[in-house]
Write a new protein. Sequence first.
Length: 216
Amino acid sequence: MRLGVVVAVLYCTQFSRELDDAEAERLVGMILERPFYDLTVEEQYAGIEAALTAQSWDEDLSWQPHDEASIRDFLRRLLDLLDARRPWPEPPVRALGFDRWEEYKHGVLLAHVRLRSPAQDRLHARLRAVPGDPEQLRGVVLRLGSGDEVAVVAPPLPDGYDAVLMALPPHRSATQVIDAFVTHVECERDRVSPPGRGWLRRRGAPLPPGVRPARA
């Protein structure tokens, strides 16, 4: 079988000398707090469980320094630790699909967001090319741990570093949603500016192509 989430686990352990209890605790923390592929804890658990159930694996793991027996033992310990942590907390942020993308493009503009290089910016790394978008926009729709749902919308690369934070009515006040966004997405406050404030006074207020905000 294809290993899916297990490959992500193994990439995070490939430089670990031992798959010991401390390493298992570290990976469980990632699964709970920074889910792989934006999966729920239940989905990650099921992926690991399925890999353990399979008699053989199709993945080429020649790059992995640990043998299959050690990996399987490590995965069993991950499941044991996850079982001990039930009930699982809601992750601080989770990506949703693009089903309401057109609504978000014409939703309420909450703020402009300055992106950094995807290699240095976890938020930027979350963005994906939106299937079928005529302007080739990139974005992600997020459900925050606060319950707020927002979209980050950015132009295509290589120049797409001026993104916007959008919401759909009804929503809490812009200040409350921005506060939740900064907290849960771990985005520095000085990179998020409500329209007409902060660094935007010096740079203007660019909007990604095709984005036409409604009135708040």
